[in-house]
Design a protein around this ligand. Structure first.
Ligand code: NAI
Ligand code: MG
Length: 346
């Protein structure tokens, strides 16, 4: 985090594309209700920006981010075919600021449509800079054969392990190492071995391990047994969407991309072109991302107030259509703002 002195927090808003432009303003509204001194810095990113400027993450955005304390990212639309010059800006951001741990808390409530059938309270900590996302992909025979290299280093595995272990220490003191070392002996073997070695420094944390396919199965069957999970990049990407489905869906789950000097918080979901522009996107994931951001800045009281307000609204409504309700993005955000005010006056 940058040296702040007495100035307000400088928080970058990167709404991006699609429903990012709807849920990020909703999250800003909730933060403003806390009365925490904030200066918003709205920045361009994403597909529309690419089409306008030729850059999905313009240099001006990167420069402005250097001056911010943290960022709140919405979502961007990425074409699934190759577009020359286009690279996913969230992936670039993670690499540029070395945001090596993606932290995704997944929690169900006692009642309401986000309750699910099982009591889930887990955090997925995903390695965020290498693995299959290292960008080492090439065509060997055009139209016939392509290869992606999977990079695992001791350094990256160790530092993400430490994030997961210190989180576990503050929670129920249980860590599951997710891998597929029986097949990927060298890469996942190194990940597994490194995490287990780091765990030696955290004797109070119980460490178990699981093969990624079996963990996927157990996440559906008995999610309540998990506390913190640490995973290589791709497994964590997939498992965290799966886990989101256990607690009300993509519209309610946030993520933090955390490095040693900067952090970017985001809803787990994408730009949702199927509902974009209709004002019905669920703002809860983005609002929870803002709560994680407040916690990162040291505003624990504000973070707790927002979390409590979100929990109340998720249990009692109003709900957006993805949770079976009829409310709009703005109506849900306003209900959460009202609850935040109540939390603060308690
Ligand atoms: P998506 O997360 O945008 O949508 C999947 C489904 O969930 C859709 O039916 C959508 O309507 C629904 N949904 C997602 N968020 C919601 C919310 N807040 N409220 C209510 N319903 C919600 O994933 P999809 O469709 O695979 O990708 C769409 C675009 O988003 C693609 O261009 C993709 O590349 C991009 N994307 C971007 C991400 C990011 O910026 N971090 C992450 C995932 C996808
Ligand atoms: Mg994903």
């Amino acid at each position: 985090m940058r040296e702040r002195g007495t100035r307000p927090y400088r928080i970058a808003l990167l709404p991006g594309d699609g429903i990012g432009r709807e849920v990020i303003p909703a999250a800003a509204l909730v933060v403003e209700a806390l009365g925490v001194p904030v200066e918003w810095v709205e920045l361009d990113v994403g597909w529309a920006t690419f089409q306008r400027t030729g850059h999905a993450l313009p240099a001006s955005t990167l420069e402005a981010l250097q001056e911010c304390d943290a960022a709140l990212f919405g979502a961007v639309s990425s074409p699934s075919h190759r577009v020359p010059g286009y690279r996913s800006p969230i992936v670039t951001l993670r690499q540029h600021f070395d945001l090596y741990a993606s932290v995704r808390p997944v929690r169900s409530l006692a009642r309401g449509p986000a309750a699910g059938t099982k009591a889930v309270d887990l955090v997925i900590v995903r390695e965020n800079t290498e693995g299959l996302y290292a960008g080492r992909e090439r065509v060997e025979i055009p139209g016939e054969q392509a290869v992606a290299e999977r990079v695992i280093t001791r350094r990256a595995s160790a530092r993400v392990a430490r994030v997961a272990l210190s989180l576990a220490r503050r929670r129920r003191r249980h860590l599951t190492v997710v891998h597929k070392a029986n097949i990927l002996r060298e890469t996942d073997g190194l990940f597994r071995e490194t995490v287990l070695a780091e765990a030696g420094g955290y004797p109070e944390v119980t460490v178990t391990e699981g093969l990624v396919d079996s963990v996927a199965y157990r996440l559906v069957r008995e999610p309540e047994v998990f506390d913190v999970l640490v995973t290589p990049n791709l497994y964590g990407d997939i498992l965290s969407d799966l886990a989101a489905a256990l607690v009300g869906g993509l519209g309610v789950v946030p993520a933090g991309n955390i490095g040693d000097t900067f952090a970017v918080f985001e809803p787990v979901h994408g730009s949702a072109p199927d509902i974009a522009g209709r004002g019905i996107a669920n703002p809860v994931a983005a609002i929870r991302a803002a709560a994680m951001l407040l916690d990162y800045l040291g505003e624990q009281e504000g973070a707790r107030a927002v979390e409590a307000a979100v929990a109340t609204v998720l249990q009692d409504g109003p709900w957006t259509p993805d949770l079976g309700g009829k409310a709009t993005t703005v109506e849900v955000a306003r209900a959460i703002v009202e609850q935040v005010r109540e939390e603060l006056s308690r």
